[in-house]
Design a protein around this ligand. Structure first.
Ligand code: ADP
Ligand code: ZN
Length: 729
């Protein structure tokens, strides 16, 4: 680590690169020397790669053989706080250091000179004719002076069309320049007046504001529509007013556009956006501006956590219970937990916002580790939706239909009032199973242990594990009989057919991630629905996430039992969260909403908890159940996933690991397995799992390291470690 303040030319330095070598390598500081944290280019074999000066070299290598750093890049050095964060994260998640450095630097083009873009500044001429629109543009330029703006940004800030800017350029009142550098983001003004808060909200906002300036975690709990966003924006305001940077993590890109508009309304300009839908140029600009203090606020996906903030004061994790915060490929980490880690190193506040917190966060608040702030009611007139079950055992439902007569009646009622209705089914595609009526064969993926799902819209069968597709065959691949293949069960596309048949005059929108080519297209669909562009919305779980549809008053859940099947540790918690979230979509504006859950087991404890108002009772019961058996959050778990082209070496290694478990037993941990993973083959690779269970305070990672060192691992087997697994597939 950086103990020295500066490395003079020729001093030994260690440099971490993203190459899969495992650890930093020694080099000699270049001509002119370098600072710890500097981004540099170093020779590696015949190539040159980018790295970070990680600290002093370890001195074990022959100085004669060391090569000098090729050059220091013109990028702000990595701060010690980020370096520490990466080290601690690698340690906790058991990911390699190059692996975590990749998360912090993987923006393409990051270290190349920026492309030239036109920027606009105040000119010296006065336009011959002054209009209100022109005056607005000039006012923005006078107020913000200096660096200038990109055209779209300038027009947006002034609230005029780009044509107005062009007109001023023609007159010399605004000057255009080509400038090959990244511009700071327009300034956010935290002193603009926010909405007038209710007493409840004001108290919550005060509590959050008071925390800014030091480390701390608050669980902000409140039903959908209670104003959590309004409240945490006040914490953002306090953070900006103190000159610190704020980060808001959202689980879904489609949520960003509404959020950006709210930020603009509150602070007078838009924040920086960080997600896969942002252009490479924008991401590059944001990375650099975050490091130089030219971006006050970032809204983004989980990877925004790895940006080189200069002075991070606040991290908000919105919808903190959302499973998409867990990255399930490459470096396996939970962005919510890593946000808390980074905040503890940077001295920042964390706000975890949710209507249905994860049991982890609930338990941390319960134990007094996190503060808890509750918003009791929905803002304004809107009440929580009334929730009822439809007992499917009593409904007279036609074959190959899934909408019960009771639900049909409720939808017709909503439509006749001019309201929107939403039908929720968490299954993409047309039908989850395609079966041969002659031999009973179900069509599976050739590369995975999974059934293929018919997607009629794409006219193909799709494997939801690996993405492999194939045409829908006419003959059964097993018995060869023609014309006997039939879809079984509903997906959203099939449900759409039923809706068209039942409600032929209604305008229908289907929201399923696979039906949109891009995040932008999905965003547009959501906006159009919010503006009233559909009467009935069919959706998968993407509709559960925070979208605001003011005219929606009825939510019908097609199969409330779906998530309760299976033995997943979190099945009850997930179903509870999902159902409450989906139901929360109904009745967000003035009109009250209703949520109807179709179920074959209305007396199931989870279904009853969903309907019953007593959420705390549900969490207490769920917590007690997990405590009794010592599973998270009252115990620790780690998954070991072995994968490879052949199954035998996987079991050989798995068994060897299970036999040599001394290091784990010494900390009181148990190993289960090896067993074939529930999805035993993905992309042609077999998968075998081991599960480790330990007590809460046990030094699990350390024990796993010792344990794995004691067993030789063949090259043909890939071993992945999943600390705190969320999914057991
Ligand atoms: P949540 O984040 O808890 O779902 P939001 O902050 O999105 O809730 O608030 C729900 C709706 O109510 C939003 O349209 C928001 O603008 C509005 N709202 C919340 N609090 C206020 C307030 N104090 N004054 C005016 N509108 C508010
Ligand atoms: Zn597959």
């Amino acid at each position: 680590m950086a103990e020295t303040g500066f490395f003079a030319e020729g001093a030994r330095v260690s440099v971490l690169t993203t190459e899969p070598i495992g650890k930093p390598l020694d080099y000699l500081a270049p001509e002119g020397g370098c600072f710890p944290g500097a981004f540099v280019e170093v020779p590696l074999g015949p190539r040159r790669v980018v790295g970070v000066v990680w600290g002093p070299g370890d001195g074990r290598f022959d100085a004669q053989k060391l090569r000098p750093v090729a050059r220091v890049l013109d990028v702000p050095a990595m701060r010690e706080e980020l370096q520490q964060f990466l080290i601690r994260m690698a340690d906790y998640t058991m990911t390699s250091l190059p692996g975590v450095l990749r998360l912090a630097t993987r923006t393409p083009g990051l270290f190349e000179a920026p492309g030239a873009r036109k920027i606009y500044r105040l000119g010296s001429e006065t336009p011959d004719r002054m209009t209100e629109a022109r005056e607005k543009v000039l006012a923005v330029l006078r107020d913000h002076g200096g660096a200038g703006f990109y055209q779209t940004e300038l027009a947006q800030l002034a609230g005029v069309t780009p044509q107005v800017v062009k007109g001023l350029v023609a007159q010399g009142a605004v000057v255009e320049a080509e400038q090959p550098r990244d511009l700071p983001y327009p300034k956010l003004n935290p002193h603009l007046p926010g909405k007038t808060l209710s007493d409840d909200q004001a108290a919550a906002a005060n509590a959050l504001r008071a925390g800014i300036g030091q480390f701390g975690v608050t669980l902000l709990k409140g039903v959908t529509g209670s104003g959590k966003t309004e409240v945490y924006l006040e914490a953002v305001a306090e953070c900006l007013a103190k000159g610190q940077q704020a980060l808001v993590l959202l689980p879904e890109i489609a949520l960003t556009s509404e959020f950006l508009s709210r930020v603009e309304a509150r602070f007078g300009a838009k924040p920086g956006e960080w997600h896969s839908g942002a252009t490479q140029a924008e991401r590059r600009r944001l990375w650099h501006m975050v490091a130089k203090g030219g971006a006050q606020m970032v809204v983004g996906a989980r990877s925004a956590l790895f940006l080189p903030y200069q002075n991070l004061g606040l991290i908000v994790v919105d919808e903190e219970h959302d499973t998409s915060y867990k990255q399930e490929e490459g470096a396996l980490y939970n962005a919510r937990d890593m946000a808390v880690l980074r905040a503890s190193l940077a001295g920042s506040q964390v706000v975890l916002a949710s209507a249905t917190p994860s049991l982890e966060s609930w338990a941390n608040a319960d134990a007094g580790k996190y503060r808890r702030v509750d918003l009791q009611s929905r803002f304004g007139a809107s009440d929580l939706p009334e929730m009822r079950t439809i007992d499917m055992r009593e409904e007279r439902i036609e074959p190959v239909h899934w909408i019960s007569p009771s639900l049909v009646g409720a939808v017709l009622g909503a439509l006749s009032r001019g309201d929107q209705a939403m039908l929720f089914l968490n299954r993409r595609g047309y039908a989850p199973v395609t079966i041969c009526r002659a031999c009973g064969h179900q069509i599976g993926c050739d590369h995975c242990d999974a059934r293929m799902v018919e997607h009629r819209f794409q006219k193909r069968l799709v494997c939801h594990q690996c993405g492999e597709t194939k045409p829908i065959p006419t003959a059964c691949p097993s018995c060869g009989v023609e014309g006997k293949l039939a879809p079984v069960g509903p997906g959203v596309e099939r449900l759409a057919e039923e809706v068209k048949e039942r409600f032929p005059d209604a305008r229908l929108a289907v929201l399923s991630s696979d039906l949109f080519g891009s995040a932008r297209a999905l965003k547009e669909a959501v906006e159009s629905i919010a503006a009233g562009g559909a009467d009935i919305i069919i959706g998968t779980q993407i509709v559960a996430k925070g979208h605001n549809f003011p005219r929606l008053t009825l939510v019908g859940v097609i199969d409330a039992d779906l998530g309760l099947q299976g033995s997943d540790l979190r099945a009850a918690e997930r179903t509870f969260q999902l159902m409450r979230q989906v139901a929360g979509r109904a009745g967000r504006a003035e009109k009250p909403g209703t949520a109807l859950l179709q179920t074959f087991q209305p007396e199931h404890p989870v279904i009853r908890a969903i309907l019953g108002g007593d959420e705390e009772a549900f969490w207490r019961a769920e917590a007690a159940g997990r405590k009794a058996v010592g599973v998270p959050p009252y115990g620790r778990m780690a998954g070991i996933i072995l994968s490879g082209p052949e199954i035998e070496p996987l079991f050989d290694l798995g068994n060897a690991l299970a036999r040599n478990d001394g290091a784990l037993r010494r900390i009181g941990a148990q190993v289960f397995g090896p067993a074939p993973a529930p999805i035993a083959r993905v992309r042609g690779r077999h998968r075998v799992r081991l599960l480790i269970k330990a007590e809460k305070g046990a030094p699990l990672q350390q024990a796993i390291r010792t344990w794995l060192r004691g067993v030789k691992q063949p090259n043909a087997v890939k071993l992945a470690i999943d600390i705190d697994p969320q999914s057991f597939l």
